[in-house]
Design a protein around this ligand. Structure first.
Ligand code: URA
Ligand code: CA
Length: 434
């Protein structure tokens, strides 16, 4: 087989075989096929697209390019959730304990964040003593006992995707739905998921800015999952503004605790109940989304979701007393209010720019090497559609330095007020099943 023939075939719009896809993925991973040939192929894919079979074959070839996590020793159907990324997205912290409390095994492999705020591990490390450096056996034992554990990324997962993603980044071929969909799905499958719930974000703060593109990506991922034997569904959710109020690591842990108590922000709560219901159904712990939702509401009301969170934290060395005494979480030295300069209604909160403002405070990483400040961040006091009086606080800024003028300027530019009444955005834009 020759790479040049594969490029030519794709250039001419002819479907590639499974063997041809495996040939290029394996050859690229082991270095026998050079970057320039793979660049040409990804550009041809960008223009010609991929059939449903090609997408499934590419996904599985990338899964097989490295290690695969074996979760067979964990009882039950392992359902993973994946979000295409947003700002202040606290859902993972809430969903883990929430669905675990109704018996869904949560065996989560997580990473650290780049940009905006930290990843799930960074956020959890705001809890004193909590760590994810545990052995595989311990991880499996904890999931069987407590239904939830989080482990750091280890092993050589989907090396083909790592190389390909880096190449796409510098060859203007990231924005290809078949390539994005297979990239995301390969990582979930290699991490051991039996079933997958996707949270595909849409709007200004999302990777996909339009509803049409978000639906197309969601549907591409759902079809890949189901074609390779993983029950998969997607929820399209709004990211035209940050989710919840908190953006920042310790602040988001506090927000997750509030939400598990039933006292969280409305949008975050609703999204967690929606995604959680589908996870419970895919794990076969309820027959319908309605029944699943009742079960989730029940574990919030009777405190068992919160108990599960405490057990999870202490089992991995964390100080679970923070759940009842959140003041023990890292605290910033200073708090400043961002006061509204006029009366009006909030019409825009540009999510990614707000994320960047949090990063300027130190809540996120500008580069992989940056260290993050777990205490700092932002608490939104108003959301889109809220009425505002001059002098009201729009945002509370939690900082460890005194001069936050740059942050304030960024916030003023990206929180837009108008004189006409504005409706709050719809949170759930749709659901996609096979
Ligand atoms: N996120 C991924 O993991 N892969 C892509 O290709 C794009 C976004
Ligand atoms: Ca949040």
């Amino acid at each position: 087989m020759r790479m040049v023939d594969i490029i030519e075939k794709k250039r001419d719009g002819i479907e590639l075989t499974k063997e041809e896809i495996q040939f290029f993925v394996n050859g690229y991973t082991d270095g026998s096929i050079p970057d320039y040939q793979v660049s040409a192929l990804t550009m041809a894919i960008f223009f010609k697209g991929m059939t449903e079979n090609e997408r499934a074959d590419l996904t599985m070839a990338m899964v097989e390019s490295g290690d695969q996590i074996d979760l067979k020793k964990i009882e039950g159907i392992k359902v993973d959730k994946h979000s295409t990324g947003g700002v202040g997205d606290t859902t993972t912290l809430v969903l883990g304990p929430l669905v675990a409390a109704v018996g869904v095994p949560v065996a989560k492999m997580s990473g650290r964040g780049l940009g905006h705020t930290g990843g799930t591990i960074d956020k959890l490390e705001a809890v004193e003593g909590f760590h994810v450096e545990i052995e595989n056996e311990e991880f499996i034992k904890l999931v069987n006992e407590n239904k939830i554990a989080v482990i750091g990324q280890s092993g050589n997962l989907t090396p083909a995707d790592k190389k390909l993603y880096a190449l796409r980044d510098v060859t203007a071929t990231v924005d290809s739905i078949p390539l994005i969909a297979s990239s995301i799905m390969s990582k979930k499958i290699a991490a051991g998921a039996d079933a997958i719930v996707l949270d595909v974000k849409t709007g200004a703060g999302a990777f996909m800015k339009t509803l049409e593109d978000s639906k197309e990506l969601a549907s591409a991922m759902v079809r890949i999952g189901n074609n390779v034997g993983r029950n998969t569904m997607a929820v399209i959710s709004d990211m035209s503004q940050p989710l919840g109020f908190a953006i920042g690591n310790a602040l988001e842990v506090k927000e997750a605790i509030d939400t598990l108590k039933g006292e969280g922000p409305e949008d975050l709560t609703e999204l967690c109940l929606t995604l959680g219901s589908h996870m419970v159904v895919l794990a076969k712990k309820a027959a319908s989304a309605e029944e699943a939702r009742e079960k989730l509401q029940q574990v919030i009301n009777d405190g068992s979701a919160l108990e599960t969170f405490k057990t999870f934290l202490s089992s991995q060395g964390g100080d679970a007393t923070v759940v009842d005494q959140p003041e023990k979480l890292p605290q910033a030295k200073y708090q400043f209010e961002l006061e509204a300069k006029e009366n009006g209604y909030v019409s825009e909160i540009v999510a990614d720019e707000i994320g960047t403002a949090a990063m300027l405070l130190g809540a996120g990483r500008a580069t992989k090497e940056s260290t993050i400040d777990l205490a700092v961040g932002l608490m939104l006091r108003k959301k889109i559609g809220d009425e505002v009086k001059k002098g009201d606080s729009l945002v509370t800024i939690y900082s460890n330095f005194e001069d936050v003028s740059e942050v304030k300027e960024k916030l003023y530019t990206n929180i837009v007020l108008t004189s006409e009444k504005v409706n709050a955005p719809v949170l759930i834009h749709g659901e996609i099943t096979n």
